[in-house]
Design a protein around this ligand. Structure first.
Ligand code: 13P
Length: 362
């Protein structure tokens, strides 16, 4: 056991803590738009557009120029290319976001590759040059980072090998981010694929989170300057058993209470393939659970904030305003849900459509 180590200097602690707390301020959450070019390419193709740098920029410009977005969104997660892009009038996206009181962050994990001899499990790459990349993103104005490690539930998975690998990789990533002044969002994602029931998901998620927090402790990660981005605890997408939002909420909050230290300021869920409305209703139920919850519980959604935006925009400039209104409806609904005050009724064009796709890549 290591007992000799230093804490980050007080100035760095303050900076990390303040950023993490600002991201999970009451009623605020994260808009995740860090799809890699291949991932956004599929969305562009679905509306008949080519996967060009300009089309990717046009779509993200629509999101970032949405007026009053910062009433519900504290932060956005960007993809590398987006950090360097500008609006039509030449304003860098990062500057625009900062001016609008939205904190820019960056996805820093790279490709997932097979874990040799495992049953289709993966490890996530990108640690080797991470400190250098973090320093560059910090210089560009980013204040936090995200790294996702997927874990898949099967008859014999996730394996001990995959859980330990996830924990070590996330801990090393978090430590490197903090060394460069970025708040790490730690994302162990027990994916929705599979026919398991809610109990199995709860067992797996608890085991994974317990391993992750042990590793973060071993790596002396300053927890007050981190955020967690977990899956909600639901049955698998192909399960014949369905659960109510209340059951999902109790399983999710119980697992988090057993594994996530109170020093972590906030937990911002991924949507993972749930429909927009499901993700909102479940977040609302999570915040209504009467168990004691020491952290803010909010959203960091990609698909569940953007499905209706894509549908309404359809690649046409004349639909921009209508698409922005869809984004505002969904972010407002999740703002309310993060406070347990959502009463339903956020009618958006793709609200109840499942966003699940097998082996989804971001
Ligand atoms: P989804 O909400 O689409 O699962 O995206 C989460 C994510 O990790 C993107 O940053």
């Amino acid at each position: 056991m290591t007992t000799f180590f230093s804490y980050p200097d007080p100035k760095l602690q303050k900076e990390l803590r303040e950023t993490a707390e600002a991201i999970v301020a009451p009623g605020k959450g994260i808009l995740a738009v860090d799809e890699v070019n291949e991932g956004i390419g599929k969305l562009l193709a679905a509306i008949g557009l080519d996967n060009t740098e300009n089309n990717r920029r046009r779509y993200r410009q629509l999101l970032f120029t949405t007026e009053t977005l910062s009433e519900h969104v504290s932060a956005v997660i960007l993809f590398d290319e987006t950090v360097y892009q500008k609006t039509d009038d030449g304003t860098p996206f990062v500057e625009l976001l900062k001016k609008n009181n939205i904190i820019p962050g960056i996805k820093v994990d790279k490709d997932a590759v097979p874990l040799f001899l495992s049953q289709d499990e993966v490890t996530t790459q990108g640690l080797d040059d991470l400190a250098k990349r973090c320093a560059e993103y910090k210089k560009q104005g980013c204040r936090f980072a995200k790294w996702r490690c997927p874990l898949k539930i099967g008859e014999n998975t996730p394996s001990v090998q995959a859980i330990n690998d996830t924990a070590q990789v996330l801990a090393r990533y978090a430590s490197i981010c903090q060394s460069e002044g970025l708040v790490p969002i730690v994302e162990p994602d027990v994916v929705l694929d599979g026919d398991h029931d809610i109990v199995r998901n709860q067992q797996v998620t608890e085991a994974a989170l317990a391993a992750v927090y042990k590793a973060l402790s071993d790596h002396h990660v300053f927890l007050e300057g981190t955020l967690l981005k977990p899956n909600m605890i639901t049955p698998g997408q192909a399960s014949s058993k369905k659960n109510t939002p209340e059951e999902i909420a109790v399983a999710t909050v119980s697992s988090l209470r057993r594994t996530v230290p109170a020093a972590v300021p906030g937990i911002a869920f991924l949507s993972g393939g749930q429909s927009e409305e499901e993700a909102t209703v479940n977040l609302n139920a999570i915040n209504q659970v009467t168990l004691k919850k020491p952290w803010a519980l909010t959203f960091s959604y990609g698909r569940a904030l953007q499905a209706s935006v894509w549908k309404t925009w359809a690649g046409k400039d004349e639909n921009t305003k209508a698409a922005q209104l869809e984004l505002l409806k969904r972010t407002k609904a999740n703002d309310l849900a993060s406070q347990g005050k959502y009463q339903g009724g956020a009618k958006t064009s793709a609200a109840v459509k499942s966003n699940f796709s097998a082996n989804h890549k971001y």
